[in-house]
Design a protein around this ligand. Structure first.
Ligand SMILES: [Zn+2]
Length: 172
């Protein structure tokens, strides 16, 4: 389920109209003036299963939607010019102050959220290298280390799958 975001062309302001594209078997909104086409693509998000030297993983309590007030893996939206590894450790540091070394890819998932639409979630392991976790107070209201074998309730199936894959594959 994806919904059109634009009704008018973001380049020239012309009202968009449904168009049949020659190379695709679907209709998309497009601009009859400048040729801009309203593609709808998932937004890449990176989360990380960040672990300490005791083998505990870090969860953050979300202060923003979706799933405000629940525990989840740290993470956020990829910026242009970043690798997924860089996004994961940058978001970890922004949210908690921890520095980490990115490690293996744990999985790639699709998730729909009412708030952001379709997301492509990339999960990496990350080895925490320094710092004491402190919630940023903006995106995150609390932080805690948990045993990855028995995490608390996490509302995102992708995060749970990434934790399970971490348990199967990463030896501390
Ligand atoms: Zn246009």
């Amino acid at each position: 389920m994806s919904e059109d975001v634009y009704r008018f062309c973001p380049l020239c302001g012309t009202k968009l109209e449904k168009q049949e594209l020659e190379h695709e078997d679907k209709q998309r909104l497009g601009c009859s003036e400048c040729g801009w086409i309203h593609y709808i693509n998932p937004i890449p998000v990176v989360v990380c299963v960040a672990y300490n030297s005791s083998g505990e993983i870090l969860l953050v309590k979300r202060k923003l939607e979706p799933a405000r007030g629940t525990w989840a893996l740290p993470g956020g939206f990829m910026e242009v010019g970043e690798t997924t590894e860089e996004t994961g450790v940058r978001e970890l540091e922004e949210e908690t102050g921890l520095e980490a070394i990115p490690e293996d890819l744990l999985g790639i998932y699709n998730q729909h959220t009412d708030f952001y639409g379709e997301l492509l979630i990339v999960a990496h392991a990350a080895k925490i290298s320094s710092g004491e976790p402190v919630p940023d107070g903006v995106e995150i209201s609390d932080v805690r280390y948990v045993d990855p074998a028995s995490p608390p309730e996490v509302p995102f199936p992708s995060h749970l799958d990434a934790i399970a894959t971490f348990n199967e594959n990463i030896t501390i």
